[in-house]
Design a protein around this ligand. Structure first.
Ligand SMILES: Cc1ncc(COP(=O)(O)O)c(C=O)c1O
Length: 391
């Protein structure tokens, strides 16, 4: 079977203008931004061709919004053999936008004073949880434990300490960057704590399409949530990060929140992302299977490369996200800045994922052409060797 990450070569990828390939000069290999270097699946190509052939670029219709909800629930039932009801779901323009706007509404509804708008995260986590969703809120970090799993005891303590105040827990499900797949038991415990101590849960499930059938434990399937939302989007696995749309499932108090979302949200929604999301969920099963198999192959390839070229690095990944979280502690002074300057490879620095405790970590995006991956890792190995010879 072909590997879809090898379809575009480096020269072709360099023609791209979006953030990953469009930010740096031609001498830099980008293994950072979580864009996937694959062609669109047939379902997306057909939809985009149709939209452009007939200049179908008008306003979004109510029919589109209903269809989005219908096709997502059909897709979820098909993939995970669990029926879900999308009747109360609401479509937003992206995951971070939905999470931030709904957090704001939550705190306003609670009439929480500025200093008492608490956001809890479990680092290491996708940096915009800290910089964008929690931008001007009070941040609390309850880090993942040594196995990169939720520290449920510490979370209970934190939830309890904030009882009576307004607090939101931002769950990354599965977790970027560690790929932790939270079990249904862990999610149930979180929901129990949320119900007991009054903490609202926002579950960011943007990477869920990359999971294998049956593997994904969405908050949607956890019983009894009194204050939560799940935010899902086709943007990652279907290669649509710039065509922003998300589907928000509200539970309990979450239903009132989405009802209060400002009308401008529907106004901002764009016809193209919504039509592409519909096409992805309706006709994308075969493409997803190929994507999944290719990603497995890339992780195996990446793992072998790391063992060969950077054997002292500690590599963490599960395959649930296209990312690897790597501790470079054994290579003194080798962080993202060193790698950028000396190896001409852009990887993510660990610090923005939760502070100085991650200063020896870097994050790799493995969803690219294998030659690019190899070139990047060999350049890092050589930069380290050069430094050793100089030293
Ligand atoms: C965990 C997570 N959530 C959200 C996003 C971005 O979502 P959106 O572009 O829909 O706001 C990303 C992008 O990398 C991500 O990793």
């Amino acid at each position: 079977m072909r590997n879809i990450f090898n379809i575009y070569n480096e020269k072709e990828l360099r023609l791209r203008t979006s953030k990953k390939w469009g930010t740096h000069g031609k001498d830099i290999i980008p293994l950072d931004i979580a864009e996937v270097d694959v062609p669109f699946g047939k379902s997306i190509i057909n939809e985009l061709s149709f939209l452009t052939r007939y200049a179908d670029c008008g306003y979004i219709s109510e029919k589109d919004i209903s269809e989005y909800k219908e096709v997502y629930s059909d897709y979820y039932s098909r993939k995970h053999q669990k029926n879900i009801d999308a009747e109360k779901a609401v479509i937003f323009p992206g995951v971070i936008a939905a999470s931030r706007i709904l957090s704001q509404i939550y705190f306003e509804t609670k009439k929480a004073a500025k200093a008492k708008r608490n956001i809890i995260i479990s680092s290491p986590v996708y940096p915009p949880f800290i910089t964008t969703i929690a931008e001007d809120f009070k941040l609390h970090d309850v880090p993942l434990n040594k196995e990169w799993r939720l520290d449920l005891n510490a979370l209970e303590k934190k939830f309890k300490s904030l009882k009576g105040q307004s607090a939101i827990y931002l769950l990354c499900n599965p977790q970027n960057p560690t790929g932790t797949i939270h079990t249904s038991k862990e999610l149930q415990t979180l929901v129990d704590y949320s119900n007991k101590y009054g903490v609202f849960i926002i579950s960011d499930e943007i990477y869920s399409d990359m999971l294998r059938p049956g593997e994904f434990n969405s908050l949607i399937c956890v019983k009894g949530a009194k204050r939560a939302i799940s935010v899902i989007s086709p943007s990652k696995a279907f290669g649509l990060p710039g065509l922003k749309s998300s589907i928000v499932f509200p539970f309990g108090e979450g239903e009132k929140l989405v009802e209060k979302a400002p009308k401008v949200i529907t106004h901002i929604l764009n016809h193209y992302p919504v039509r592409c999301a519909i096409a992805a969920y309706k006709y994308g099963d075969k493409y997803l299977k190929e994507f999944r198999a290719s990603l497995d192959e890339n992780f195996k390839y990446f793992d072998d490369l790391m063992k060969k070229h950077l054997p002292d690095a500690k590599v963490y990944y599960t395959g649930a996200v296209p990312l690897a979280w790597v501790d470079m502690k054994a290579y003194e002074g080798v962080n993202a800045q060193f790698i950028y300057k000396n190896a001409k490879v852009s990887v993510n620095d660990g610090v923005p994922f939760g502070g100085a405790k991650y200063k020896t970590f870097i994050r790799f995006n493995v969803a690219t052409n294998q030659r690019v991956l190899k070139k990047g890792i060999v350049q890092i190995e050589n930069a380290i060797k050069n430094q050793e010879t100089k030293g």
